[in-house]
Ligand binder design. Structure first.
Ligand SMILES: *Cc1c(COP(=O)(O)O)cnc(C)c1O
Length: 453
């Protein structure tokens, strides 16, 4: 679908298309970037400009664009059985096979899959599942789910309530009752005198303090992303997750690890929980599950929770597209490619260490306060003063300038306030990492000049 001028697409776009997470009026004035095709790690706009996709679409196209096997899997399944539901005592091979495969690649206690169409629906499922679970176990007062400030868990009413984004809560009467938010383990923004190790422990103890203040018998679960993605690629100190695990175990509350970004190899392990050595009871997932080729999400459920739910009669929850056969067939193929081509191992052994070394060089730049990576996610903290970590004003402006310059320089990076973040496809080569870092470096020079300007 092409053949119209960029101006023409932009005019029709502004007239009819309401974009997600967008200021409609300001975008209409500026005009969208019209992306028309993609191949490997590159996207192309309507004018033929090639841009390195440093964000894997939206943290999802982990295998890169144009994988013929995924296209073939979808085509074959659409011929065979494009849609059927899993309600009313029915099932079909792609959904069964996907559940089985997920049980194989996840930790031993996770052997049951509930499917959804997205990560937000996966997290809504988590809310209903954990509360129902405790009710079945005779503890219906356990309703509270503890999450974190600046967490991102999706955009439905439930998922955005779990999330800790003040801007989302400010629209639509959120959060729903029974969700608590504790501080995030964001060491760069910590201005006290704790070491990184101490800070990690201290942040985790916020969970224990909150459990105690709301009453341990009222808490159903704690939910967190292994590395916060949309919040700005916030990598917790290594001391954080073991302490979180200890606290959840001690109080018997369910640990929910949101793997929507970190799952399927992003951190150089199959899942973020594996990377950090924690044992989730529930694991919501989406994005990389099908490498973004078709919409699908789900929740991996532990034996403990599945056994509890089995005693609860009918679980009144599900979606028309739960386990959609075409989406499931593509997810199966995407996971098989990750496994058979040893892509997760390659990220761990080669690509992530290479990115870490190259990305770290950006920290020398005069407007960079920190350049961090973990696996194949990374962030740059922009600062006006390296010594004091003072930020540019007004908030978000420097990030936006840099983001726009990056695209002009031929690389997609995203900005979250004063951070520039990346999450390139897992199949990126060393030469393409060099290109990414060179373009980021040039962007920083230009941003510096523009801010002095
Ligand atoms: C993107 C995201 C979600 C929401 O997924 P959607 O498919 O956009 O609904 C949930 N959790 C995390 C950690 C995410 O990054």
């Amino acid at each position: 679908m092409s053949g119209r001028s960029t101006k023409d697409w932009q005019t029709a776009d502004a007239a009819h298309y309401l974009h997600p997470f967008t200021d409609f009026k300001s975008l209409a004035a500026k005009g969208s970037r019209i992306i028309t095709r993609a191949d490997g790690v590159y996207i192309y706009d309507n004018d033929g400009n090639q841009i390195l996709d440093g964000m894997s679409g939206l943290w999802c196209v982990n295998l890169g664009y144009g994988r013929q096997e995924l296209i073939d899997a979808a085509t074959a399944q659409m011929h065979e059985l494009p849609f059927y539901n899993s309600f009313f005592q029915c099932a079909h091979p792609p959904a069964i096979r996907l559940a089985e495969l997920l049980s194989e690649i996840t930790q031993p206690q996770l052997n049951h899959a509930f499917f959804t169409g997205s990560g937000s629906e996966a997290n809504d499922t988590v809310i209903r599942m954990v509360r129902h679970y405790w009710t079945v176990l005779g503890q219906p007062q356990r309703k509270i789910i503890i999450s974190r400030i600046n967490a991102y868990h999706g955009s439905t009413v439930g998922a955005a309530s779990l999330g800790g984004m003040a801007a989302q809560h400010g629209q639509g009467g959120l959060p729903i009752p029974g969700v608590e938010h504790i501080p995030q383990p964001y060491y760069f923004e910590h201005d006290g005198n704790l070491s990184e190790h101490e800070f990690g422990i201290e942040c985790a103890r916020e969970l224990e303090r909150r459990i105690e203040s709301v009453g341990p018998d009222n808490v159903a679960a704690f939910i967190a992303e292994p590395v916060q993605g949309a919040g700005g690629v916030i990598v917790p100190p290594d001391s954080y997750w073991p302490e979180i695990q200890r606290i959840c175990d001690r109080h018997g509350i369910l640990l929910v690890v949101d793997e929507v970004i970190c799952g399927f190899g992003r951190l150089g392990a199959w899942f973020g929980a594996d990377h950090y050595g924690v044992k989730p009871d529930l694991m919501p997932m989406a994005k990389g599950m099908s490498s973004g080729y078709l919409p699908i999400g789900g929740v991996m459920v532990s034996d403990r929770v599945a056994e509890g739910l089995a005693e609860g009669g009918e679980f009144f929850h599900g979606f028309t597209y739960s386990g959609h056969p075409t989406c499931a067939a593509v997810a199966v193929k995407a996971i098989e490619i990750l496994r058979d081509e040893k892509i997760v191992e390659r990220v761990h052994d080669d690509v992530a260490p290479y990115l870490a070394a190259r990305w770290a060089t950006l920290a020398e730049h005069p407007i960079v306060g920190e350049a961090r990576t973990r696996g194949l996610v990374g962030a740059i903290e922009l600062v006006a003063d390296k010594g004091t970590k003072a930020r540019f004003q007004p908030k978000g402006k420097a990030g936006e300038i840099a983001r726009d310059l990056a695209v002009k320089n031929g690389v997609v990076m995203r900005h979250v306030n004063e951070s520039l973040i990346i999450a390139p496809p897992l199949v990126i080569s060393r030469a393409q990492i060099d290109e990414l870092v060179d373009k980021a470096s040039k962007t920083l020079d230009q941003t510096h000049a523009a801010l002095r300007g």
